[in-house]
Design a protein around this ligand. Structure first.
Ligand code: SF4
Length: 152
């Protein structure tokens, strides 16, 4: 079964170990969402109507997308494709983006799996890697995500 991968090439800051393609300037984020929507439209016949079994937002940092940007992308996907009811829909997220408001906004999207980028719970290691989050944020985001997951 086919899946969609969407790359969101923006990050708040550059982790020292990272080789992915990204920009730390968010100025073009809206234009990138426009381009993704256009590309979805352009490639709409590529899968020849096969239902999607997965949708994966990777990066970069997809959790930098705001609710409106996610809504635009999902609206286009669901307009153009059949998505299986049990499809796995993943969003990569960094702990410093996952406050309660963000988690609540994500509950209102089709996202049903978070891939949370916690490289360490050790403050010193996080600083060494130039991660944007600290250890306390890492713990809090897991607790908040679990709490939000148990609400309807
Ligand atoms: S947040 Fe992820 S993609 Fe961005 S620089 Fe760090 S490791 Fe790379």
């Amino acid at each position: 079964m086919p899946g969609l991968y969407l790359h969101i090439p923006f990050c708040k800051q550059a982790c020292h170990y990272c080789n992915f393609h990204f920009s730390t300037s968010l100025r073009q984020k809206g234009a990138m969402v426009d381009a993704i929507v256009r590309e979805l439209e352009r490639q709409k016949d590529y899968l020849q109507g096969a239902p999607l079994s997965s949708i994966y937002f990777g990066g970069g940092t997809p959790s930098l997308l705001d609710a409106g940007e996610l809504e635009r992308i999902f609206a286009k996907i669901y307009q153009l494709h059949t998505v299986q009811t049990e499809a796995e829909i993943t969003l990569e997220a960094n702990p410093d983006d996952l406050d309660l408001l963000k988690l609540q906004a994500l509950r209102n999207t089709p996202v049903n799996r978070l891939s949370i980028g916690i490289q360490s719970f050790a403050e010193e290691d996080l600083r060494f890697m130039n991660r944007a989050h600290n250890a306390q944020e890492a713990r809090a985001c897991i607790e908040n995500a679990l709490a939000r997951a148990s609400t309807t």
